[in-house]
Design a protein around this ligand. Structure first.
Ligand code: ZN
Length: 475
């Protein structure tokens, strides 16, 4: 097996090799950016979905599924939205040999599929709030270089769409979504910063957008999700009205919350190392791999003891894989490390006789589990592993940010920069040119570093109020 190129030397080369070594996807499908989910990758994705579903349903959201094809007539109703997506949509224009009466868009996102129907569902204030989500594939004609999970043309997409009685209720839903993402991010072990995007970078059609960004080395950042407040920007064109308690007719205020398979890319990018992927236990396709090992005197591997451990752990609800294959133990360790399995249990003849196993977690911690309470000990090892993974990620997260006092410091910056910004677009663009990236925006609810009040704007230096903002190079 080939070694991975070092992560420090070149992130993208390492990332592509790590995804390949873990066999999460097959990128040989003959449409660029449309990858095949392998069984192992699919299991990771399903665990990711389970985390998202649990967290969003805890906030009162219900599942729906809308069609993948959207009539052009509906797609064209919200003008900003169309401007934002026009260059990215795939069109369906024929049914067999017959041209369609109305061309169809393969959904790039589902506002324009859902909102004509929301207008039928919502009549009265008693129908509100409407909080629904779906997890579906969306399609965007991506023109930049595609990368597995990070930039694809067929996207595994989580999208929540909500309708609220007024702007304040919609703002409250945005806050609720930020909380729900915090719950999910704990399971992903991903520290993130929530950033209000500048006007010129908000979602097409939104009143404002809050994105979740993570640093992924040097000044690079990855947007791993977003929440948008639409106000009445869509409910107007789509006629989503309700009768208020006082008998007047009002437009709903809307929000959306979007996540995708990019989270798998983020988990690879943040936790992975030169040995490969590292999965937090909530997402790992297999949380534990059990490997029976033959003794020095070439006795047969203790298969029955290993199987008994697997059965005990599965009964405990853990996802466990038994590797009884013909490869040498060293090759198996290497393989499952590359695949990111949190915990390996080695069962040799000595351990088998004692009802024990040697546990080695993906960060290298060794211990002995069993004979009594072996399942409890394994759960504890997994918890300790997750805690260590979170702690390591948190340290790297804090080290990734650095204050900048002058525009010159942004050039070739090796950190995501925290800087005072007056809020003017012209200053924002100067910052973007200096860092050769983007002004990510102003953090919502907490900076990544403890900081004093911001001084004068880094770009114009004028004596007017400024805010701490973040700038980096989005992947
Ligand atoms: Zn300024």
């Amino acid at each position: 097996m080939a070694e991975l190129p070092p992560k420090e030397k070149g992130f993208i080369d390492w990332y592509l090799a790590a995804v390949d070594a873990a066999n999460l996807t097959d990128k040989r499908y003959p449409v660029k950016g449309m990858n095949v989910w392998t069984p192992y990758g699919f299991l990771a994705r399903r665990n990711l979905d389970d985390v998202m579903i649990r967290a969003i349903e805890a906030t009162g959201s219900q599942p729906v599924e809308f069609p993948a094809l959207i009539p052009e007539t509906e797609f064209q109703k919200e003008k900003e939205h169309i401007k934002g997506f026009d260059a990215q949509v795939y069109w369906v224009t024929r049914g067999g040999a017959n041209p369609l009466d109305v061309n169809l868009v393969l959904r790039p996102t589902s506002e324009t599929a859902m909102y004509p129907v929301f207008a039928l569902w919502i009549r009265s204030h008693r129908d509100l709030p409407l909080n629904v989500y779906q997890i579906v594939n969306t399609f965007r004609y991506e023109t930049k270089t595609t990368r597995p999970f990070l930039r694809v043309r067929e996207i595994h997409f989580f999208e929540e769409h909500t309708c609220q009685v007024d702007e304040a209720a919609a703002s409250e839903r945005v806050r609720s979504n930020l909380g729900a993402f915090g719950v999910m991010a704990h399971d992903f072990a991903l520290p993130f910063v929530a950033v209000r995007r500048p006007e010129w970078d908000k979602f097409a059609g939104a009143h404002f957008s809050i994105a979740f960004d993570i640093p992924v080395g040097e000044a690079r950042t990855l947007q791993i999700g977003s929440v948008h407040h639409y106000r009445e920007n869509f409910s107007g064109p789509y006629g989503i009205r309700y009768e208020a308690a006082d008998g007047t007719t009002k437009l709903v205020h809307q929000t959306t919350f979007g996540l995708s398979e990019r989270l798998i890319g983020a988990i690879v990018a943040v936790h992975g190392d030169d040995h490969g992927v590292v999965f937090p236990s909530a997402i790992a396709p297999y949380q534990v791999v059990v490997i029976p090992i033959a003794g020095a005197k070439s006795t047969a591997p203790p298969e029955a003891a290993a199987q008994a451990i697997v059965a005990q752990l599965r009964a405990r609800g853990l996802r466990v894989h038994l590797d009884s294959g013909p490869d040498r133990p060293g090759a198996k360790y290497y393989h499952w490390e590359a695949a990111g399995v949190p915990l390996r249990l080695e069962v040799g003849p000595r351990e088998a006789a004692a009802g024990q196993a040697t546990a080695v977690d993906r960060l290298g911690q060794r211990s002995t589990v069993g004979p009594t309470g072996l399942d409890n000990a394994v759960v504890e090892r997994l918890d300790a592993f997750d805690a260590a993974l979170r702690s390591r990620a948190a340290d790297r997260f804090h080290d990734a940010f650095k204050v900048a006092a002058t525009l010159d410091e942004l050039t070739n910056s090796t950190h995501v920069r925290v800087l005072p910004w007056c809020g003017e677009e012209s200053c924002g663009h100067k910052i973007e040119i200096a860092i050769d990236g983007a002004l990510l925006g102003v953090p919502e609810g907490g900076l990544p570093l403890p900081l004093p009040a911001p001084g004068r704007c880094i770009a114009c230096g004028l004596d007017m109020p400024s805010q701490w903002a973040l700038a980096g190079r989005p992947l």
